[in-house]
Design a protein around this ligand. Structure first.
Ligand code: MBD
Ligand code: FE
Length: 282
């Protein structure tokens, strides 16, 4: 079946009616965007001779995505999150706003309301004694390099199985999620456990879409950050732990050269003591 009807006046008029362009009420922007979106999809159906079976299987897939609240997971997989960041980067470049830590995507697994701490937080609940201890230290500075005292640093990351609290029911509430207020020098530190990369649930609707594209749903080990302070722009970013096989093969396209951090293993308890870090370190 090869029928081409998209360019006919009947279809063009029909699209305008469907998008409400001949109605007085509603939102002009919504009408314009829906008209464009439907036009592109109708044209696609024509160009690819999409069958009714194909169309309804796509509807069914979207229902499955919705049922499992996975649109927010498929979105980075289809590059939308990174594309929005590329647009913010381009706007910054155009306005000559340079410097600072690069942004990258938030992802779908942030949860507001994490416990607050001043200067330092322990992020894990101590229940996972098999995972290796991780120390994070940092300093929040403005683009001139001046420390920002009291800056708010929100950190969240997966456990060693790649699971996030609230989404993985085996973890305690707010496990590996903290809000830390930086000290007078803008410094903060955290004790946690080393995360593993995340994988899209096997067989899930998001996984089905990626599989149809011949792609995987893996992310490298990473740690999310929101940084904010009054009078400064909010930063959403992540760091990647170096040496992960997926560092440059992230299904969510979030890796940036400047954000890959090579941790250093502290083997010597004396060094840990000298730096005021508590064990265990083995
Ligand atoms: C994650 O942990 C994540 O950070 C993103 C962007 C997508 C899925 C899982
Ligand atoms: Fe993540």
């Amino acid at each position: 079946m090869t029928v081409k009807i998209f360019d006919t006046p009947q279809v063009q008029d029909f699209l305008k009616t469907v998008a409400g362009l001949d109605q007085v009420g509603g939102s002009e922007r919504a009408k314009q965007i829906v008209h464009r979106l439907l036009s592109d999809l109708y044209r696609l159906i024509d160009d690819f001779d999409v069958t009714p079976e194909e169309f309804w299987s796509a509807v069914s897939l979207m229902n499955e995505l919705g049922k499992e609240t996975q649109f927010g997971l498929l979105s980075p997989g289809l590059g939308f999150d990174h594309y929005l960041d590329m647009r913010l980067d381009a706007a910054d470049a155009e306005a000559q706003r340079t410097g600072g830590t690069p942004r990258t995507i938030e992802g779908p697994l942030y949860v507001a309301g994490a416990p607050e701490a001043e200067g330092h937080a322990r992020m894990d609940d101590g229940s996972d004694t098999a995972s290796e201890v991780m120390w994070l230290t940092g300093q929040v500075r403005d683009t001139q390099g001046n420390p920002i005292p009291g800056a708010q640093v929100e950190i969240w990351h997966a456990d060693a199985k790649g699971g996030y609290s609230f989404f993985d029911p085996t973890q305690s509430e707010y496990h590996l999620r903290r809000t830390i207020l930086a000290d007078a020098d803008g410094r903060y530190s955290a004790r946690s456990i080393i995360p593993s990369g995340y994988g899209v649930p096997k067989g899930s609707p998001t996984d089905q879409v990626l599989a149809a594209l011949g792609r995987h749903g893996q992310r490298p080990a990473h740690i999310h950050f929101f940084i904010s302070a009054p009078g400064h722009r909010h930063l959403t970013t992540q760091i990647n732990l170096g040496g992960d096989p997926y560092t440059w093969d992230d299904f969510a396209f979030a890796t940036r050269e400047e954000l890959v951090v090579n941790g250093r293993r502290i083997e010597d308890p004396a060094e840990a003591d000298r730096r005021g870090l508590e064990g265990p370190f083995t």
